[in-house]
Design a protein around this ligand. Structure first.
Ligand SMILES: [Zn+2]
Ligand SMILES: [Zn+2]
Length: 240
């Protein structure tokens, strides 16, 4: 029945590549040409934070970047599907600022597939909260839209109420240190019961310096979370 419905749907709305409009196999898939233009993060990468290493390095099955080797990352795992560049930026920006949500399926799918080999056990999926003022202005939280299919995949609770965020001015182009300071104390756990003892996966569209993930991790651990993971669609990759 689902199959018949699906083929009927494909007949009425043929699946097309959300970037260029060529026809594709299924809704939310990219065509081969567009897929090849993204800088997808594969191995070798830091086993803990997902930082991509040059392709020709053979560092064994669980390599660590200098930050993680020095114990500077308190999250259990961070993963991102691709590198933030002109290609990924182009599909991120309309997603963030206009109600153009056609990229949502493609982004969620890519995020699920970059988590697959970790075989995580997840109780709660937590989209990075938006301050109420921003949510009201925009009408939706892009992280929540991305998180919904991810929560479904993990059979986990999608939690948009247990953590709140205070409104602060945009960070713009600031250093990693300034970003960390700006985000410090911005989140608040509203309901500890939903966090205590839980394995939590934080979801965001882009990871810039990691400051948002680190700060959320700090307050979630304080509230008793037993494991904290994070996933983003793309991440800014600085040389380390
Ligand atoms: Zn295409
Ligand atoms: Zn690392």
């Amino acid at each position: 029945m689902v199959k018949i419905f699906q083929s009927l749907l494909n007949f009425i709305y043929p699946p097309i590549c959300p970037v260029c409009g060529r026809s594709v196999d299924a809704h939310g898939n990219l065509c081969g040409l567009c897929w090849a233009r993204f800088n997808w993060i594969s191995n070798p990468k830091c086993f803990k934070c997902g930082y991509p290493f040059p392709a020709d390095l053979d560092l064994g099955p669980t390599p660590l970047c200098p930050h993680c080797a020095a114990g500077e990352c308190d999250l259990d795992f961070i993963r991102s599907a691709c590198v933030y560049d002109d290609v990924s930026k182009n599909i991120m920006l309309p997603f963030k600022h206009v109600s153009q949500l056609k990229y949502q399926t493609l982004m969620s799918k890519a995020m699920i597939s970059c988590l697959r080999d970790l075989d995580l056990d997840v109780d709660v999926v937590l989209p990075v909260p938006l301050a109420y003022k921003r949510l009201f202005k925009r009408g939706y939280n892009q992280a929540t839209l991305l998180a919904r299919p991810i929560a479904k995949y993990f059979n986990a609770v999608l939690d948009v109420n247990s953590v709140s965020r205070k409104y602060r001015q945009d960070m713009g182009h600031k250093s990693a240190k300034q970003r960390r300071e700006n985000v410090r104390g911005v989140f608040n756990v509203e309901n500890k019961e939903n966090i205590r003892g839980k394995k939590i996966l934080i979801v965001d569209d882009v990871m810039t310096s990691g400051a948002t993930f680190y700060e959320l991790n700090r307050i979630l651990r304080k509230a008793g979370a037993s494991a904290v993971y994070a996933v983003s669609f793309c991440r800014v990759v600085h040389a380390i």
